[in-house]
Structure formats: C-alpha cells, structure tokens
Design a protein around this ligand. Structure first.
Ligand code: PHE
Ligand code: NA
Length: 452
C-alpha cells in the first residue's frame, strides 16, 4: 500500500512540514494579509479570517493532504483514480482542473509581486554600497510601478528562479530551498515586532488588528476573509494534495501536520501585522486603506530610521523573496506533475518551463495594469486585482468547497480512516461533519452573498 510517487518522496517528516509550511507562508502572510486587514476594516476582518481558518481552512487542509497521500499522483490523476475506486461521478475530476487553472492564474500575479520584493532587495544591496537611501518610500514604490520594463525584468527573474527549483524535482529542488531560510524569516519578523514595541504604537496597532468594529463589515468582507484564508493556506487548488502525494503513509499524522502548518501560517500573518502597523502608525500614516503597496511604502521608513536599518531592509526583502519562492514552486508543481505523468519523467524541465512561460505571459497583463493600462477596468477592478479576485476569492473557495464535499460524501470511510488512523473517533466525526456540511455551507453562503 505504501507506494512511492514517481516524482520523488519527501525524505523525512520534517521535510514535508517544512515544504508545506514553505508553501503556506509567503506573500499571502506578509504582503497580502496586512493590506487586506488595512483595506477591510481591521479587527472585524481579522476575526472573520481566523474563523475561516479554523472551521474551513484547517479541515480542508487535512482533506487535501489525505486525498493526495492516498492517490500518490498529481491531482487530476489522483482524482481519476479515486473516482474509479469509489465508483462516483467523473465530474469530481474537475477539482483537479480548477486547481491547474487557478495555479496558473495565481502564479501570474504572484510572480509580479515577488518581483517587487526582488527589486527592493536589490535596492538595499545597492545601499550597502553607497546607493541612495529610500527617503520617500511612496515615490520609490510609485516609480517602480510606473516602469513596465523594470517590472517585467524582475517578474521574469522570479519566474526563472521558480522554474529552476521545480525542474530539479522534489528531493533536489524543493527541499534545499526550505531548510534554512524559513526559520530566518520568522526570527526577522520577531525582531521587527520588537522594534514596533519601541515605537510606542504597539497598543494602537494591536487595537486596530484585534478590536472588531462590526459596523464596517458587509458580504464582501466575508468573501475577502474567506479568499484570504484559502490563499494563505495554499488551499483549494490542490497544492497541498500534490505535496501530500509525496508523503509516506507511515509515521506521519495528518491532523498534527495540518495543525502545525495552519498554526505557523497564522502566527506569521499576525506577526506581520504586529510588525507593520506600529510602523504605519508611528510615521503618521493611515492604517486604513493601505492597498497593495502597504509594506513597500511603510517598512522602508522604519529601515531608514533604525540602526543597521539597511541590513534589516536587505534581510527582510531578501527573505520575503525566498518565502515567496517556496510558495511559487508549490503553485507550479501541480500542473507540472500532471504534464510529467502524461509525457514522462524525462520531460520535467520542459513541463515546468511551459507552464511557467504561460503564467509569465499572463503576468504581463498584471504588469501593464499597474501603468500603461491602469485605466482598464473589469468589474470595477484593474486587471491585476481582477485576476486576484477571480482566482483567490472565487476559484479557491469553489475548489475548496468541492474538495470538502468530495472528502465528506464521495470517499468511503475505509479510505478516510486509513489516512486519519491516529485521530480519535469523536474528532474524526467532527471532522467528517465539518467536511460534509459546515464547511460547504459556510463557503457557499459567502460565495452566494457576494455574487448576488
Ligand atoms: N499560501 C501562499 C502564500 O500565502 C500562496 C499560495 C496559494 C501558494 C495557493 C500555493 C497555492 O503566499
Ligand atoms: Na500563507
């Protein structure tokens, strides 16, 4: 029963946890969570978001890992196998296709934003050698967004980094990238939180993050919080399913791994909030309505002000780029693994390059929407925000909803119990009803409320 995957296997339990955390922790936590919170009213958004993580995210995370570990191949083929084994409708395989499309869409803008972090890393490297300080972060950020060539360059650089790792395969590529750098990012965030405490604005920042003002909340807030929960845990597009496929059956508890990943991811997001908002407040900026530029226009102020700030700036944006890197490889892996199963292990490089190339081209739309095409509006949004909305807020929750229903209703108890063997019966029942009813209903309500 304990087959191995043709794509390779994680060499240890720790490696899987690191890789899954590496996928989860990324721009979603440090770039997106703070500005989503800023744009959606602070504490109330955060509470709804935490509720989504607990009731919807964590149980679906477990479902994805277990489906993957049972199937051992890329999502589309795993679902094909499970459909045959359980004698249910072939329509469920659509979950895998949604995942492939969502992955390509997300990677397209993810790589553009990761490119910003590369650019900032480079700015701090230049400062180390006497380059100009970032004295007006707002202007620096605006001039980056106004420059399509520069954006395209960093977007391409980041995409190539991503292809590089995915082309090398699981053991050689993914594992090496995650071993050291994730803990370093964590430490750096902690240091920034400590800096935040010295500003005297920690109390106000915490109040903004955790004191809910329910009057600012509407159907949209729920949609964004749900979308953010899926995005941050890498759920709904079969990423965790794919990583689960490389996981040995023995010696690993899916509930425990799931909790570890969800907890780490949540802590990093909250830490990022606690690091960023004191800076925002102490420099007299408005914590509300920060938009996608929030960390780029606020943190450099702190780095200019603090001792060894250039080093901190360099380390922060450098490590953020690495965190984005360990996430982007997990965006590219599901589609690549599918092509590899179709065209052979020898074609891994070409498969990764093909998918990434497509994503890169799509990313050019996001690049242009920041400058030359900034006037183009689709459903009231610029192109990049629109792609983000379709992928994060609609496709991921929809994918997650279907995964929950699939795990809850289509898979038989024997398969579930074999994968969740160490879960006490009572908890297993709770989990199963979360999958069958609670999570699907919550996601559906949120989707329906937002669409109508
Ligand atoms: N979870 C990643 C982040 O927070 C983004 C991601 C989404 C990665 C979906 C893989 C799949 O940055
Ligand atoms: Na995340």
């Amino acid at each position: 029963m304990d087959k191995t995957s043709i794509h390779g296997m994680w060499s240890s339990r720790l490696m899987f946890i690191l890789a899954a955390t590496g996928s989860a922790v990324g721009l979603g936590n440090i770039w997106r969570f703070p500005y989503m919170t800023s744009d959606n009213g602070g504490g109330a958004f955060v509470l709804v978001y935490l509720g989504c993580i607990l009731l919807v995210g964590l149980p679906i995370l477990m479902a994805e890992i277990l489906i993957g570990r049972h199937g051992r191949v890329s999502p589309v083929n795993t679902l094909r196998g499970l459909v045959r084994e359980s004698g249910v409708s072939r329509g469920w395989v659509g979950i895998g296709w949604i995942g492939i499309v969502a992955g390509i869409l997300i990677l397209s803008f993810y790589s553009v934003v990761a490119g910003w972090t590369l650019h900032y890393t480079f700015l701090y490297v230049k400062q180390m050698f006497g380059g100009a300080p970032i004295s007006d972060p707002g202007a620096t950020f605006a001039s980056l967004l106004g420059n399509p060539l520069e954006l395209t360059f960093w977007h391409a650089a980041f995409m190539l980094m991503t292809v590089g790792v995915v082309a090398l395969g699981v053991e050689k590529g993914l594992e090496r990238a995650v071993r050291f750098l994730m803990p370093a990012l964590f430490v750096l965030l902690l240091l920034l939180v400590v800096y935040g405490m010295t500003t005297g604005y920690m109390g106000q920042a915490a109040a903004f993050l955790f004191r809910p003002d329910w009057s600012v909340i509407d159907g949209n807030t729920f949609l964004r919080a749900m979308g953010q929960a899926f995005f941050t845990l890498s759920l709904g597009m079969c990423t965790m399913m794919t990583y689960g496929a490389y996981l040995p059956l023995k010696g690993i508890s899916i509930p425990r791994v799931g909790i570890a990943v969800a907890l780490t991811d949540t802590c990093v997001a909250l830490l990022a909030g606690l690091a960023i908002f004191p800076v925002v407040l102490s420099f007299g900026l408005d914590p509300a309505g920060g938009g996608p530029g929030l960390i780029f226009t606020s943190l450099p102020l702190a780095f200019e002000a603090m001792p060894f700030g250039i080093l901190y700036g360099l380390a922060f944006f450098g490590l953020l780029a690495v965190a984005a890197w360990t996430s982007s490889i997990s965006l590219l892996e599901p589609a690549t693994a599918f092509l590899v199963e179709r065209f052979g292990v020898k074609r891994r490089k070409r498969a990764a390059l093909g998918i990434a190339g497509l994503s890169w081209l799509l990313g050019l739309l996001s690049v242009l929407s920041l400058n030359l095409w900034s006037g183009v509006r689709i459903m009231d949004r610029d192109i990049m925000t629109f792609v983000e909305f379709i992928a994060n807020d609609l496709m991921l929750p929809l994918g997650g909803l279907l995964i929950a229903l699939f795990a809850g209703w289509a898979l038989n108890r024997t398969i579930l119990r074999e994968q969740l063997s160490d879960m006490p019966e009572a908890l297993f029942l709770v989990w199963r009803w979360l999958m069958r009813v609670v999570a699907p209903l919550l996601v559906l309500t949120v989707l329906v409320r937002a669409v109508v």
